[in-house]
Structures are given as structure tokens and as C-alpha cells.
Design a protein around this ligand. Sequence first.
Ligand SMILES: NC(=O)c1ccc[n+]([C@@H]2O[C@H](COP(=O)([O-])OP(=O)(O)OC[C@H]3O[C@@H](n4cnc5c(N)ncnc54)[C@H](OP(=O)(O)O)[C@@H]3O)[C@@H](O)[C@H]2O)c1
Length: 330
Amino acid sequence: MADHLAALVAEYGNPEDVIRLARLPRPDLEPGMVEIAVERAAINPSDLIPVTGAYSNRTVLPFVPGFEGVGTVSRVGAGVTGLKSGDRVLPLGASGLWQSYLQRPAEWCFAVPDDLSADQATTAYINPMTTLRLIAELKAHFGGSSGLTGRRIAVTAAGSAIGRMLLSTFSAEGADVTAIVRNKTTLARLLVLPSLQTCLARENSSGSDRVFDAVVDAVGGDPGGSLLRQNLAPGGVFLQYGALSGAPIAQAAISARPDVRFAFLWLRTFIHSAGRQAISNALAQCLDGIRDGSMVSHIAATYPLSRLDEALAHQNAPDRYGKILLDPRC
Ligand SMILES: NC(=O)c1ccc[n+]([C@@H]2O[C@H](COP(=O)([O-])OP(=O)(O)OC[C@H]3O[C@@H](n4cnc5c(N)ncnc54)[C@H](OP(=O)(O)O)[C@@H]3O)[C@@H](O)[C@H]2O)c1
């Protein structure tokens, strides 16, 4: 069988320097496995972090990046039931989407309805499902029957894909939402979104005396630490799920607030513990969110995998607005 195009990481480092294109063989299928012809894959911040070596204790070199994408089943291994060639699927639970053909265990492949476009299907998993998990955590923290109604919630990096999904969902739940972003351009983009008109957007939190019941943070470092120390009400919750600043929140900031709950949420914890039915149910909620518009990602551009260098440069461009997708077929 002919070889195929893949992005490959053979050493840790700066993603633009160490992710290289390669021709890989298409091995025989083991029992229980399916081969997927990948149609579209996303570039997410969480794809690039392992490339730097940040999770070297659980990463095996060489590897193909890409946790999110959609394709069609091209071959089916012995013993596989419920999937056949031509079925459209989202393969979850491991990296490897940045290549033309991917092998995954059949039980990790989830059907994708035909009404979703390739772009929608490609971005239907990681950010929507993380959004759902964050909302579930908040609701569990606050308890009671009123949900998030009236809760004062701050969302950092609010212009990110997840940030927008959180703003939209919190607003629909009747929360008192504050969107925190780092620049005026992002602020202006948020303010014109009809679903966000109830949000108070501000250009960063320094000097703010606003008090929140919850902070949902993807920035970490000093900005996150400052919010935790100064802006969280007693009994509140600080949910961190990213560290876009490149730094963790200082332990001193966490220790300074024994009166609040601090937690880091990982989608992978849910994915690797919830079981197939729970994941399938969560995915159905994500697809509903795509259909009603609350979990749609803006797409900035789609690049052929053969132009990966341009795609990665665009991903890192300061003026990028939306997701960069790859077409691994070319
Ligand atoms: N814990 C999990 O399981 C999990 C799952 C999925 C994603 N994540 C994390 O969620 C975060 C967002 O992912 P995404 O796919 O939604 O991102 P995205 O759509 O690629 O957007 C990235 C955003 O980050 C903002 N940003 C970058 N560096 C920043 C900084 N130092 N301070 C403030 N804002 C900064 C940018 O803001 P501007 O537009 O203003 O420049 C941009 O809006 C990432 O950290 C990712 O790793 C975590």
C-alpha cells in the first residue's frame, strides 16, 4: 500500500522548527482497528504544547500531532462491528490527526452526522467538550437549583474559541459575565457578537475592583494569580484550564486564598475515565451546540498539510482571528 503524508515530531522544541513533513507507511490493520482517511484537522494550542516537551513523561517520540479532526473509514480490521468503509467519524482520545491516514481502535471512533460541514465537525470536540466540562464543574460547585443564574463569572482569554463558547453559554444561563481579553481588537470583536451583548468586556483586569463568584482562566501566570488573589469572592471557585501566558499560577497566590476552591480541569481526564456512553452523550451535546451556534468556532483559514509551515506561522501570528485547519489529503 502506498505511503502517505504526515507531520512528524522526532525531537522536542519550538513547533515551527521541529514539526516536519514525512512520508509514512500505511501498516496492516490489527484486529479491532480501523483506518481513517482524514479529511480535516484542527490546530489547537493543546496540539503544540506536547511538541515542546512539556508532557515528555507521557509522550513517546516520534509522534504525529493533532488531537482533533474528521475523516471517513477507509479500512476495517478483523472483529470490528458497527463501522464500515465510508462511515464519517471523529477519532478521539489520542493525537495523530495531522496525517492523511490514521489508525485508531474502533471504540474510539464516533459517528458524525451528515448535516455538519467538515469545518464544523473538525471543531466539534475539544473546545465544545471542554466548555461542557467547565460548566458542569461550576454547576457542581454552586449546587442548588438556580444553576448559574446571577453568578458573577469572569472568563479570561475570552476571545479564544473556548472563551467565546463560555461567554455565549454563561450569558444564555443568565450569569453576570465579564469577558477579559488582552487587546482592543479582540475586545471590539467580542462586543459586536449579538450573543454577548450582556457581557461586560474589559481590556484586562488590573486595577479592577470587580468581585467574581467564579473565574474561568486559560491564562495563568501573573494575570491569573492577580484575579485569584484580588477578585474572587469568599466561597468562590477559580477554574484554570490553560496557561497561555506560559507560566503556572504561583503557589503563593493559591495558598493566599484558602477560602476559595482552586482546580485545574483537563478534558483528557474526562475522556480517559468517562467511558464510551458518557463521551457519546457529551459529543451529542457538542453537536447540538454547533447546530444552535453556541459552540461554533470561527475558521481563520484552511491549509493543505503540505503547506504546514505556513499554517503554523499563521497559528502564531498576533493578528490571527479564529482556528487554523489542515487538509491532510494534499
Ligand atoms: N484543559 C484542557 O483540557 C483544555 C482543552 C482545550 C483547550 N485548552 C486550553 O484552552 C486555551 C484556549 O484554547 P483555544 O483553542 O480556545 O484557543 P484559540 O482559539 O487558539 O485562542 C487563543 C487565544 O488566546 C489568547 N491569548 C494567547 N496568549 C494570551 C495571553 N498571554 N494572555 C491572554 N490571552 C492570550 C489570544 O488572545 P488575543 O486574540 O487577544 O490575542 C487568543 O484569543 C488554551 O490554553 C488551550 O491549551 C485546555
